[in-house]
Ligand binder design. Structure first.
Ligand code: CO
Length: 170
């Protein structure tokens, strides 16, 4: 297994829509294993393939099952089928180290995807997992959480990031 380097803002790959996965090969499975490894290493709860420089529609999420056991899942070609409710919570992003922003998201989502065995799966979630799914699917659509901010707050955050880049703390 390998740990990828995380692509940070303002790398252009984060702004490009990822490509649909047409076939699940051994390379796809290896990519997923390495993405999970990278997510864990960085203490993330979600990671999109373009965040490790691969422009494919794949995300991984770290969740706990009913017995509080770690349950890392990969979603290939995920699509939000249903969402409802609104909730503001703070979130972070591995591509924006040290930046935490209050973002409005749907409270509940239903996501349809293909798993790493090629089976169609549906996930319904609220709370943290719902938020992580929406955040990662945004990544796959070429959007970061900056685009979810009101303009003034977005400009302020970009200024702060530029300051950190300049001072070498990014
Ligand atoms: Co992110």
């Amino acid at each position: 297994m390998a740990v990828f380097e995380i692509v940070k803002y303002p790398n252009k790959i984060l702004r490009k829509k990822t490509k649909i996965v047409k076939a699940i090969t051994s390379d796809t499975k290896k990519l997923i294993r390495d993405m999970i490894e990278t997510m864990k290493k960085n203490n993330g709860i979600g990671l999109a393939a373009n965040q490790v420089g691969i422009p494919l529609r794949i995300l991984v999420i770290s969740s706990k099952d009913k017995n509080k056991k770690n349950n890392d899942i990969a979603l290939i070609n995920p699509v939000i089928e249903k969402k409802s409710g609104k909730i503001y919570e703070e979130e972070g992003c591995l591509s924006f180290p040290g930046i935490y922003l209050k973002i409005k998201r749907a409270n509940y989502v239903k996501v349809k995807a293909v798993n790493d065995r090629g089976k169609i799966i549906t996930i319904e979630a609220d709370g943290l997992i719902s938020r992580a799914l929406q955040h990662e699917i945004d990544h796959l659509d070429g959007k970061t959480f900056l685009e979810r901010l009101p303009l003034i707050k977005r400009l302020k955050t970009i200024r702060e990031i530029k300051r950190r880049i300049k001072s070498g703390t990014w």
